[in-house]
Design a protein around this ligand. Structure first.
Ligand code: ADP
Ligand code: MG
Length: 359
């Protein structure tokens, strides 16, 4: 089976109002489409240069970023590959802007809403295949999993199926047949994220969210039916900044520790995977790494988008994000088309398969 590395891209946001008012300096130089240099303006740490699959600057539009990051991933999804896109970085650096953006606006909508329109155009263009599309939306907060599509906020459990893949027991997985259905699910989940955040005195930067689209496809090849089943997970991670920076105490510190538990577990998994000589990969150390197990070192095409600030006041966090991202480049996955003519579990879906109606 062919191996491929995790694709890693970096997006630099513009200096924000506060940074401009305070006279913060830009400490990032974009050297080319795929190279970035971080300059320590205090000149204690010197300059660091990194290369990635792509570096996006503040001038790149949401559409440009979609076309050069998520677009090929969604095409692969429809060919039967499992795919994951996750946004990593310090709070306020543009993870949610990149993944969700302003869903109402054509210009400012992010990857998730753009994915919907792209799915529809693939389905409409491919008359030889029949499709079934489903979606789920969850969040992990303080190491608990919540279903964002369920009216009642209840904690869900992670389970392992006989094939050793991890799933969330009782998670709502909704069938979607129009573009409008997809948007409604996304809005419902986003609203639940906000309500949960208010009720628990947290904000969304302290939780991880995963929007997943499931695609079942069938087509006739030489008189035989061919089935594929794949999924795309769109992950907006909690802020990666260290708790000390935010002066967190008490329950806030506990949250911070929990988030850092998931993110440091993610870091440890990445480290173990790229070490090459670790036999044991600590996926089981957090909910996040259990759920992302297949995206890191497994049967998935994975893209990480690291969001960074250009402000010199964020130098340490930006350096830490770029190092993290740089390490992730070396993770090797083994993606394959998920196809099985004999798999009855997939075959039974054919009864349900309906052309996606164009809304
Ligand atoms: P995060 O999810 O990483 O905490 P956000 O995506 O919420 O950060 O971004 C923080 C603020 O900065 C938001 O108001 C967002 O609209 C703005 N922002 C982030 N990235 C960009 C960008 N590339 N261009 C313009 N505004 C941005
Ligand atoms: Mg966010």
């Amino acid at each position: 089976m062919k191996e491929e590395c995790v694709h890693v891209m970096v997006r630099v946001r513009p200096l924000n109002k506060k940074e401009l008012t305070e006279g913060d300096k830009n400490c990032i130089t974009i050297d080319s489409d795929n190279a970035i240099t971080l300059n320590d303006l205090q000149n204690t740490a010197g300059t660091r240069s990194y290369t990635f699959d792509r570096v996006f600057t503040e001038t790149h539009t949401q559409k440009f970023i979609y076309d050069h990051s998520a677009f090929p991933i969604v095409e692969w999804l429809f060919e039967g590959f499992n795919c994951t896109i996750f946004a990593y970085g310090q709070t306020g650096c543009g993870k949610t802007h990149t993944m969700m953006g302003d869903a109402e606006s054509q210009e400012h909508s992010g990857i998730v809403p753009r994915t919907f329109a792209h799915c529809r155009s693939i389905i409409c263009a491919d008359k030889n295949k029949r499709f079934l599309l489903k979606a789920s939306y969850l969040e992990i907060y303080n190491e608990c999993v919540y279903d964002l599509l369920c009216d009642k906020r209840t904690k869900l459990e992670l389970k392992e199926d006989p094939k050793k893949s991890v799933y969330v027991k009782d998670l709502s997985v909704e069938t979607v047949s129009t573009l409008e259905d997809m948007r409604k699910l996304m809005e419902k989940g986003n609203a639940a994220r906000t309500v949960g955040a208010t009720a628990m005195n947290q904000d969304s930067s302290r939780s991880h969210s995963i929007f997943t689209m499931y695609v079942e496809a069938s087509e006739e090849v030489d008189g035989k039916s061919r089935y594929t089943s794949s999924k795309l997970s769109l992950v907006d991670l909690a802020g990666s900044e260290r708790a000390t920076k935010t002066n967190a105490k008490g329950s806030r510190l506990k949250e911070g520790t929990m988030i850092n538990l998931s993110l440091s577990a993610l870091g440890n998994v990445i480290q173990a995977l790229v070490d090459g000589n670790s036999k044991y990969i600590p996926y089981r150390d957090s909910k996040l790494t259990r759920l992302l197990q297949d995206s890191l070192g497994g049967n998935t095409k994975t893209l990480m988008i690291a969001a960074v600030s250009p402000a010199s006041s964020n130098f340490d966090e930006t350096l830490s994000t770029l190092r993290y991202a740089n390490r992730a480049k070396n993770i090797k996955n083994k993606p394959k088309v998920n196809m099985d003519e004999k798999d009855l579990a997939i075959k039974q879906y054919v009864e349900e398969i309906e052309e996606l109606k164009v809304s």
